[in-house]
Write a protein that binds this ligand. Sequence first.
Ligand SMILES: Nc1ncnc2c1ncn2[C@@H]1O[C@H](COP(=O)(O)OP(=O)(O)OP(=O)(O)O)[C@@H](O)[C@H]1O
Ligand SMILES: [Mg+2]
Length: 372
Amino acid sequence: MNPFSYGTIVRSPYFFNRHDECRRIVSTLSGGNNLVLFAPRRFGKTSLVLRALDELENENYTCIYFDFMPVYSRESFIESYSKALIAGQSNLQLAIKAVSSFVKGIRPKLVFDQAGNPEFSIDFTENKINEKTLGEILDLPEHLASPGKRFIIVLDEFQEINKLNGENFEKLFRSKIQHHQNVNYLFLGSRTHLLNDMFNNKGRAFYNAAMLMQIGPLPQEETIDFLISRFASSGIQIGQPLSLLIIEQAGNIPYYIQLLAAEIWQYVINSTQKIDKELVIKCAEKIVDLKSDYYYELYDKQSSYQKKLLKALVISGENLFSSGYTKQFRLTAASTTQKALAGLIESGIVEKTEGRYFIADPFFKRFITRYA
Ligand SMILES: Nc1ncnc2c1ncn2[C@@H]1O[C@H](COP(=O)(O)OP(=O)(O)OP(=O)(O)O)[C@@H](O)[C@H]1O
Ligand SMILES: [Mg+2]
């Protein structure tokens, strides 16, 4: 089996490090604070948070992980959120009873599938969801929790609540959770700029609602050790310089490091070939080949100014609005650059961290270098 894993939430042995970050998450939440976690895409937020939840569960917190991504309407939110809350309780029958008496607008039921496994279904008792029902659902965690049974709720892809009729929902959510005494919330999401605006913009409901935490790339030394030992687990040798090359080619982003390493492993496992510099580059190129249809379409969709900016970003992501940068890459007014950049950020192609802009997918960056 491939000793590298990417694209899904990872646990040990595919997950390493993040000890300090994990400790900070656990102590902030167990200290009674809410937290919002920021990191660019595919840095390992969800995996880290689930790791922290394991620890919090060991400390007897009732932990609930809820993903906003599949939620598409207020009804679907009510349904899946109440199901997640009930499923997190030790006594399901009791939880169902508590929910039915607290939220008048829904009737949860426990049913059994053909294999005899319990499943929930939720019936709505009204034709239209009203604000009262929604408010009660949002207060449900506090109702189910108690000082001796504290809850931690993780809301992943939280920026997606914008789908649920924007500001009203956001305001209602905030107004409810700020009174919760026995529940703490951890917010995260993959669309950093949207999440950032929700929590850092004074005009938004969630301004000051949580402590902020930023996570960066994995430390290089430990990533090298991880690569060496994972390759070694299938009898493949790789040294420090080549491990470093993998990290560099993958833009030092955890997901892409594992993607490239998995591709290299696939290449060498059935051959006598050793890993060398040419092979690392060949595998990086192969990943671009495999995705080139998608990359081509993505690139083609951008305006000509955005294409120009992307080419500039391949070379440098710093001081974008300086006259030097404008001159070097033959850009026009800063306002035009700003607008083009906003579009690239909105579509997730470009990200910003610590004042530097970068192309989020290092293989798309390679594609641009190759074709543009
Ligand atoms: N601590 C880690 N050790 C090793 N690999 C990791 C680690 N964290 C993340 N990864 C790699 O990154 C991939 C993405 O992880 P995860 O889904 O947790 O990131 P994310 O930041 O939540 O992503 P997204 O922004 O898409 O929601 C994993 O599948 C794995 O390959
Ligand atoms: Mg995630």
